[in-house]
Unconditional design. Structure first.
Length: 207
């Protein structure tokens, strides 16, 4: 305030135009890597979308940070193909991104990609059961609670909401949104974001 308190505020309130330029693409590059690295993904709902929370839960079930994620259990643990495999959902003001990343032995690459698509297909065709949905909600609530133990994480979350023009979400607000998600909601967004015609893939193929 001593140095800048007298300066007039120059606030910028410019809404970004909705991103519409996405075209699915598939590309493979040969690299001198020990592993093959693959990313499969596409666009997803933006930060302010009412579908954001179902996508967050969908991502958590598929390949989020929990040890019980489907990609981790079925590709890394069951088959032992992937050294690292995870999914990620990132929401921006005008668009979101969702993707699966994996690092595998070159000999296991094709089978691993096939298994990833098998898991995506399951999420698009099979609704979560009552117990699965309950576990998914409790897991997500636990992760949020742990993240909010850090004052810095809570501050960053509040700042992000303000920048996006959204109300600040407190812990109770987030829990209510998580509890409101249904198996039908998750099935709906799975078919939206994992539509095979809209997925891109890039591979850095190792030797």
């Amino acid at each position: 305030m001593t140095y800048f308190g007298g300066q007039p505020a120059h606030l910028i309130n410019k809404k970004r135009e909705t991103f519409k330029g996405y075209k699915p693409e598939s590309r493979t590059d040969k690299r001198n890597n020990h592993l093959s690295h693959c990313i499969i993904g596409g666009i997803a709902p933006e930060f302010c979308s009412p579908l954001k929370m179902p996508v967050v839960m969908l991502n958590n079930v598929l390949g989020g940070p929990a040890m019980s994620s489907r990609l981790g259990l079925n590709i890394r643990e069951k088959y032992g193909f992937a050294y690292s495999i995870e999914s990620q959902y990132t929401a921006y003001s005008d668009v979101g991104l969702i993707n699966v990343y994996m690092g595998v032995d070159p000999d296991s690459l094709d089978k691993s990609i096939e298994l990833v698509h098998k898991e995506l297909d399951k999420l698009c065709t099979q609704k979560l059961g009552t117990l699965q949905l309950h576990h998914a909600k409790q897991q997500l609530i636990g992760q949020v609670a742990l993240s909010y133990e850090s004052g810095m994480n809570e501050l960053l979350s509040a700042t992000r909401s303000l920048i996006m023009g959204e109300p600040i979400e407190y812990m109770d607000d987030i829990i209510r949104k998580v509890e409101a998600v249904t198996a039908d909601n998750i099935l709906e967004v799975a078919n939206q974001v994992f539509d095979k015609k809209q997925l891109s893939q890039i591979v850095f193929e190792g030797v």
